[in-house]
Structures are given as C-alpha cells and as structure tokens.
Ligand binder design. Sequence first.
Ligand code: ATP
Ligand code: MG
Length: 601
Amino acid sequence: MNSPKEAAAPASNFLRHIVERDLEAGTYAARTFAGTPGDAAHHAGAPPDPARIRTRFPPEPNGYLHIGHAKSITLNFGLAQEYGGICHLRFDDTNPEKEEQEFVDAIIDEVRWLGFDWHALEPALDGEPTSHLYFASDYFDFMYRAAEALVQAGLAYVDEQSADEIRAHRGDFGTPGTNSPFRDRTPAENLARLRQMKAGEFDDGAAVLRARLDMASPNINLRDPVIYRIKRATHHNTGDRWCIYPMYAYAHPIEDALENITHSICTLEFEDQRPWYDWLLDKLCELGLLAQPRPHQYEFARLNVTYVITSKRKLRQLVDERIVAGWDDPRMPTIAGLRRRGYTPESLRLMCERAGTSKAGGWTEYASLDAALRDDLDPKAPRAMAVLDPVELRLANWAGLFGSEAHREACHAPVHPQRPELGERRFALGPRLWIERDDFAEVPAKGFFRLFAGNRVRLKYGYVIECTGCEKDASGRVAAVLATVVPDTKSGTPGADAVKVKGTITWVGADDCARAEVRLYDRLFTEAQPDAGGKDFKASLNPESLRVVSGYVEAALAGAGADVRFQIERHGYFVTERHDHAPGRPVLNRIAPLRETWTSK
Ligand code: ATP
Ligand code: MG
C-alpha cells in the first residue's frame, strides 16, 4: 500500500501527458476569453485567456452524485489545479423532464465539500474572482442560432418521419442506414420548418432536426444524428420559453466551445461520439460561429468500485424501496452517503488518485477507500476509548487499597500518540467500569491473554489487575467480571514495569462515560460485483450492513460536536453522526475498522 507521502506525488497518466504536450506546443495559446461564455463575435477583441487549460465537470442534475462522479471531479478539478488552469462546474441541463433544483443544490454542496472551487482569479479581468458555474440551458439561444446556421449551410434538415421510422432507417452494425425521404429538401424549406418547430406549430414528436452527415457511415453516431426534438415540458431554468430542446450530443460540444474548454474529459462510452464532436465544432468554426482553437474530447475508463453499484436508476430503487434510509444513508455510495458515513474529502480524493486514470478500466477494491481513510485519519484523528459490547468489571479491593469506594484515580492519555501538542485526555478510574464482553473468558482458549481467573492484564492507561472470576445471571450469562487491583502498577509511575503482563484491555469508567448509540456499518452487498452481467443486485444485499449497538464512550467523545472523527482504540474510525448526534447524547457511525476484516462470503 502506498504511504500518503508517495500518493502526494501523483503518478502520471495519459491525460497529464496530453495536457503537458499541449502546453508545450502552445496549442491553446491563441484563445481569447471575455469572462462569460460567448460566441466568436463575443470573443473578437477580447484579451487572451489567462487560464492555461480549462476543464469542466458536467453533471446532469437528475440525481445525487456518487463515488464515480468523485473520480471525474477529482480528475477535472485536479488537472486544472496542477497545470494553472480553471475547472468549470457546468450543469448539463438539456433534458427538462428529469432535472430538479434539489439536485443542483446538492451537487454544488458536494463539489465544494470535496474541496474544489469554480471561482478563479482571472488577471485579464478586474481582479475579482470569477464564478465559473454554468448552466447548459443558458446557451439555448446560441444553440438554436447554430442550428439555423447548419440548416442554411445545408448541413441539417427537418425530418418528419416518426421515431420508429427513423430508428428503422438507421440500420445497425452490419447494415448501412437509408436516407430519409425528407433529407433533400432545400435549406430554405428546412429553415421555414425549423422555425415552425420552434414556434410550436408541430406536435411533440412530429418532427426532429437532424444533422446531415452520412447514413452509410460505419459509425452509427454519424448517421444523421438528431440534434433537436420537440418536447413541451417546463424547464427548471428556462420555464416554458422553449418547446424544442437540443439533444445532449449536440449541446455538449457547443457548451465546451462556448466556455473555452481545452480538454473535454469524459468516460469511454463517448469514444464513438468523438468524430461527431469534432465534426460539429469544426463546422461551427467554419461558419464563423465559434473560434479556433476549439476544445478536444478525451476519454478514460470509468471508476468501478467493488461491492458498490453506481447506476442512478438502481440507487434510486434502493431509496424508493426503502432498502436504505435515503440518498444519504451511510451505506450508499453517493457522496452524501459517504460524507455522512464519515469518509473525509481527503480520503475520497486519495482513493481516486490511487485508482489511477487510464483507458483500460477494471475494478478498484472497496478496501482501497478504507485504506485511504486510515492513511488520512491515522495522523490526525484524536484517540478515544469506548466499549461496544459492554460487561461490568468490578475491582474488589478498591476501598481497601484507596480508602473508599468513592475514590477516583485520575488517568490520562495523549489525544494523539505521535502529536503531544494536541494535549491529553483525562478520565477517572473507579471500582466499577465497563469492558468488552469478549475480553473475558471463563475457559480461555490457547493464546488468549486477556481476562480469565488467575490472569493479569493492564487496564490501558491505568493499573494492572488480576482476574478472580465472574458472576452470572439466572440464564447463565456473565453479568460481571471480578478482579483486584495490583498495587503500585499505575501506568506512568515507577512501579508500572515491575509486573509484566501479556494483555492490555480498553475500558471506560462506569461513572465517567456516556451511553452511546453506535451504528456499525458494513458493505451493502456481499458480492463484489452486485449488478454485473444483469444480475439482480437485491439478491446479494448484506443483512449485516447495519448493526446498531448500545455502548459506552469516554466523556471527551460524548462531549464532542457533530461530524467529528475519532479513532476509537481497537475498534476503528468513527464519526459523531452529522444529524443525530448531540453533545451528551452521542450517536456514532463506524466509518471503517482499524484493519481490513472483510472476507467475501
Ligand atoms: P447518466 O446516465 O444520468 O448520464 P452519469 O453517471 O453519466 O449518468 P452525469 O451526471 O452525466 O451522470 O455525469 C457527470 C460526469 O461524471 C460525466 O462526465 C460522467 O462521464 C462522469 N462519471 C459518471 N460516472 C462515472 C464513473 N463511474 N467514473 C468516472 N466518471 C464518471
Ligand atoms: Mg452522463
């Protein structure tokens, strides 16, 4: 496993090479940028673009972001940061029916939480940071103008075939398509019809605008792709202004070009769209609507993580069928869920960086996310003690040794063992405490060094004790473990090393702790690839993905605010629950155990 230090120096990848090549060659040096996206005319006379490169993260606001989006965010914002560029956050909101403000707000919040910012200082402007938050729908006017220009140049036509006819005439891998009977109308006829479409003179679905390329192309994406359709739907941004909407594949390249994007990075499924991306932007440059140098598209393999599903449809199913408690259920692979679970932005970014960027694909182990979390938190998380499966421990010789049952021995421990500057935690040891039930055995197995009658262990940061036996309840279950304190063995005192023990156990004082609800999360699925090959992902739900226990935590932890992370000794990394925790009424989520314990069933 990489150390955090190694991870800080990013491994190179093909995208970094491309960016470096373009910077060296000055590919984008001639760009101008006038601050807000505009067309070629808008750019005329504008100052040079101060950003050496521009990338973008272009979510469609039709769902919550997930771990795969974290990869895309980290990649796009990360490249811009590394190479003195700017990354735009752009909502690809060209599909009015599925998009909602709720998702826009959540995405903005989550990108920011991941540690990225779309505000940038643009020296060519007025010195104020510029916001590079954009909506594709803000470009609808330009997109429509570009469509008219394509029609006038004979490069697009209105097709009045039905959707079924269009599909049937498109052909398939082995069969070339056939031309639409409407393909050879004059530009004037097409322009008139496009304007009628826009004016609402056609019914939904009665006509579409198609680019005029090649119905026999081996690349089906080039067989006269549809670029506008009629859809009477209210858009979250433009309301009822439009009854025609651009198709994603037409809109996206134009969005990139208007924003002066240099490297348009997407996942591999768009590889076959690249010739169309290039064709469209080159034509619009030739027609004088856009300026060279124009953006270029590069594809990389999407992030796949084991034990996780990322299909928006299936994630929605988990929520709708109440298999999980909501989009931010700590078992969900959504950014909202991972955040609530307690993963840090640093750990997500580290995992994405370590997963690498290539065209090859493959699967990233879920365990690598936990490893990244440990690497992030180990050097910084305060330590705490807690008992998650408590049984009482009674120290019989307490009053005899210290003069009274009421006496408390002050114990202390570092907040962090390697960081003395963080100070100390204090807690009180008394005659009654809580320990883990499995730290006691009536009949010890071979190699068990903790509590059994006649054995000595150290109470961490406290005394060595000697076990004398246990008490049981009517059902025969151990109700209390009994022990005596071995005098003069307190940690940090000269006598501490006089008695050697093989085991040390964690504990909390019965009157110096708080009862806590502890949510022990595990993977949501028992299969590494829950939905591979069309499998029913609901068949491999892990029945133990959430176990809620009632434990005891040391006072310092109980007093913390919400959303604070701790390493609980021996148990792992925990966070005080974002919504349900309150000081004095602790609720904790386990983020990850201290080491990898998962074994596939
Ligand atoms: P949809 O099917 O709704 O388009 P999507 O996952 O592509 O789903 P978008 O909102 O379009 O969602 O994605 C925004 C960006 O995130 C896109 O550039 C997309 O390529 C990228 N992205 C999505 N999933 C992954 C993934 N698993 N790994 C890397 N990038 C991803
Ligand atoms: Mg998409």
